[in-house]
Design a binder for this molecule. Sequence first.
Ligand SMILES: [Zn+2]
Length: 299
Amino acid sequence: MASDKGAGAWPMKRRVTLIGAVLNLGLAVVKILTGWLAQSQALLVDGVHSLSDLASDMLVLFAARYGSIAADQNHPYGHARIETLATLAVGVILLAVAAGFLFDAVSRLLQARALTVPGQAALWVALASVLAKEAMYHATRRVARRTGSSLMLANAWHHRSDALSSLVVIVGVGGALLGQAWFDSLAAVIVALMLAWVAWKLLAGASLELVDTGLSRKELDVLGGTIGGVTGVRGFRRLRTRRMGGQVLVDLQIFVDAQASVAEADRVAARVRAALIEQLPGRADVTIGIKPDRYNRRS
Ligand SMILES: [Zn+2]
């Protein structure tokens, strides 16, 4: 961890992530069992969603544990991409699962005879899930505010979207209990689509990272402003960025006074490195080449 804030905040983040993981495990087991026994397709899909949430919790914890293992001879840039590869795998599995459920729910809707009315238990489980997930949203958002972590804030919003997913199940099961059996299958379609969306985001994020996509134009402009503002920097070129796990890797060349000593130039580079690490979220790895500024400005 580059910043004290990040390192000091980890126990708090780990606690709320662990609580979320245990809750997701409980919800997955109860929803899948109840969905199966009480014959609610929507609750069953929602249960698989909870199972996938458990998988991403494990990834966050796994990444914190193994992704932060120091670099070694075989992996001189560290091990952060292990997390990216795992994310890609989870995304592929989830997308396949979502597609399977979608196919099943749609084919049930098309042949009305296969529709079954779910038992009331499904309704109570879904209600409990909404309440638990909304509570997790608030708890995680509190940690996000105290640690300033955007990952935690994203996790908080994920909890709220999980609550929304279970809310759809309530409407589906409720509608089916009121005599509209197709409501449950329709809810299953919506919940499966939400699951597919989660899978797509995981896949897209991991794939972009694996092909070394840089930061956005806007983010680069902000970084450029920071670099230009460092005392002793006469200009810069070849600013290149890419992501690795939660890290941002940056390399660039800076121009310094051609008459400066090697020690002075090195101090300028150290200031640039510190300014960039301060600016970038999470951990950052900055490599700087130094060039003499021969052409412009007085020296
Ligand atoms: Zn989720």
